[in-house]
Design a binder for this molecule. Structure first.
Ligand SMILES: [Zn+2]
Length: 119
């Protein structure tokens, strides 16, 4: 099955869990990478099937906006446990230090925002 990446989320919704996993595990997928320093989207990273990183994974890459090496956050367009909205929260509420490392693990960071009534 050859799925266009742009139509993947919609098509995945129509499938059951094991069908989804089969497709996810058999496809080479493109990860979106977002810079922890400037918040802009960088260059996509292709991931071979079976070599996916957890969404939210940090990877040092050259940022085309900052013009230097910065940690980037990896986002899979169809994995829902960490998406672009999650990344925006981390940028907005400053969860990355100057080295692009997380100050708090994302789950803890998000729980703290909830406790403080921010989100
Ligand atoms: Zn940047």
């Amino acid at each position: 099955m050859n799925l266009e990446l742009s139509s993947l989320p919609l098509q995945l919704m129509l499938l059951n869990k094991s069908q989804k996993e089969g497709i996810i595990m058999s496809q080479n997928l493109i990860s979106e990478m977002y810079c922890t320093n400037c918040g802009n989207r960088g260059i996509n990273i292709p991931r071979r099937s079976g070599h996916y990183r957890k969404a939210g994974h940090l990877k040092k890459l050259y940022c085309i906006h900052c013009k230097k090496e910065c940690n980037h956050v990896e986002i899979h367009p169809f994995f829902t446990h960490y998406n672009y909205e999650d990344f925006k929260l981390e940028i907005k509420y400053n969860n990355f230090n100057k080295d692009g490392e997380r100050k708090e693990p994302y789950k803890i960071f998000k729980n703290n925002l909830r406790k403080r009534g921010v989100i």
